[in-house]
Design a binder for this molecule. Structure first.
Ligand code: PMP
Length: 297
């Protein structure tokens, strides 16, 4: 079990740095009751150039946009948020960490936008080399939420009920993770990660319609372009994956995670021979601020 905080942990909440064990929230808050809040997941790394938060601007712009889309008033600037994040890391003596900013709302049992909004930023240690175990995934019976029912491009707390249901189902069936489809039966994404697969020298990923368009997904697409690896956004069905050469999930937390099989059907290539493995190595070099030009041959 990950230790998210201990007696020494300091977090930022509404203008103050306080001990996590002493921070208080209101039990009548709208976020606690209705899941109406937004958050981010960000990584920092011990790089060759010191401690670096990876793409902090992009993450905080998404946090601001999530607030906008939800109608949650939010006044912090991106610069302030970045500064606060580095302060949280420093106060907790963290280098390789996962950072969790959460915007949550005060007491309001009406189904209306809030006036009382809080921000907390916390962080916990996160191993530099994430679990490289390959995943055996299944097709979830849960769909991703209909983008006309809720704004899926916002990182909204309540949307994660869907992710928890899918993961719980996958584990009960003996798989590591689930892959969720959209309302038309096309592959969408994992419970907390975007999805790519390789076929005949091209990497495919679903269009940004029924998914959270991840920051890692965008980095992967940029890496493919940089390395001249053909990459395409397209709709595809789960059946197409039974022919896949390789496949992977990607997210800030777990970076690039190899998929071994879909519903028990193994992908064709060994991970080390796949395009995903090259992308994984390149991604790691980018987050660690290392030059990655040597992989371009
Ligand atoms: N989809 C979902 C549902 C997620 O929760 C995440 C993790 N934030 C992602 C995709 C990947 O997004 P990112 O690369 O920005 O972490």
């Amino acid at each position: 079990m990950i230790e998210y905080y201990n007696d020494e942990t300091i977090l930022f909440i509404d203008g103050n740095f306080v001990k996590a064990s002493e921070a208080k929230i209101d039990l009548f808050g709208q976020t606690l009751h209705y899941g109406y809040g937004v958050f981010e997941g960000i990584r920092s790394y011990e790089t060759v150039n010191g401690i670096k938060v990876f793409k902090p601007r992009t993450h905080f712009e998404r946090l601001q946009r999530s607030c906008d889309l939800m109608g949650i008033p939010f006044t912090y600037s991106v610069e302030e948020l970045i500064q606060l994040t580095y302060q949280v890391l420093e106060k907790n003596n963290l280098s390789n960490a996962y950072i969790r900013p959460l915007v949550f709302c005060g007491p309001n049992m009406e189904l209306t936008a809030p006036s009382d909004v809080s921000l907390m930023i916390t962080a916990w240690a996160c191993e530099q080399h994430p679990n490289l175990k390959q995943k055996r995934i299944c097709i979830s019976s849960f769909q991703r939420p209909n983008p006309k029912a809720v704004t899926v491009e916002a990182k909204v707390c309540g949307l994660y009920v869907n992710s928890i249901l899918a993961t719980t189902e996958a584990r009960r069936r003996g798989f590591d993770d689930g892959l969720l489809l959209d309302l038309n039966g096309f592959v969408a994404e994992g419970p907390g990660a975007n999805f790519f697969y390789e076929k005949d020298g091209v990497v495919y990923t679903p269009p940004a319609k029924s998914i959270l368009p991840g920051i890692t997904r965008k980095t992967v697409i940029d890496v493919c372009k940089e390395l001249d690896l053909p990459v395409e956004e397209k709709y595809f069905k789960p059946e197409d994956l039974f022919e896949a050469d390789s496949a992977f999930f990607c997210s800030t937390m777990n970076e690039i995670v190899a998929i071994e099989s879909v519903e028990g059907q193994p992908v064709a290539k060994l991970w080390k021979d796949s395009m995903g493995a090259l992308i994984q190595e390149t991604y790691r070099n980018i987050v660690l601020d290392k030059s990655y030009s040597y992989v371009i041959v």
